[in-house]
Write a protein of this length. Structure first.
Length: 145
């Protein structure tokens, strides 16, 4: 398994242990993790702290040149908000752990020139299936339904 996807999975598992939603993300530039995060909407009582948002916040201020060399990893297909942030900063590549349990605006993101790679990682899929089954109301809140 890709070590960067594994780092995102570790973030997802940390979020679950904290009582949150098990989605994790890392930002990689030049082969090095520069930001990591997990969904903290529950923990921080936040409206917007999805894993990718937490990851980018933890990476701090970066230049356009930095983002142009980056890859964003997420255990789950990024939603409209997180995909929009990746587009805003022109992140050229997004590695997605899985999109079976949820699929964000992947067609649109690809149409904007972003390279998406979907791994369909069994661990990512099972983590989300178990969570959705055990806490459907929290999951629905997270995706806005």
């Amino acid at each position: 398994m890709d070590s960067f996807l594994q780092a995102a999975i570790e973030e997802a598992e940390l979020g679950l242990k904290e009582g949150g939603i098990p989605i994790g993300s890392v930002l990689v530039i030049d082969g090095k993790i520069v930001g990591r995060g997990h969904n903290r909407r529950v923990q921080k009582k936040s409206a917007i702290l999805h894993a990718e948002m937490d990851c980018l916040e933890n990476a701090g201020r970066l230049t356009a040149r930095d983002y142009s060399r980056s890859t964003l990893y997420s255990t789950l297909s990024p939603c409209d908000m997180c995909s929009g942030t990746a587009l805003l900063y022109k992140i050229p590549r997004v590695i997605i752990g899985e999109n079976e349990t949820f699929q964000g605006p992947e067609v649109y993101v690809r149409s904007r020139g972003v390279k998406l790679e979907i791994m369909q990682d069994r661990h990512c899929i099972q983590l989300m299936r178990d969570f959705i089954r055990s806490k459907p109301e929290l999951w629905n809140e997270d995706i806005g339904i």
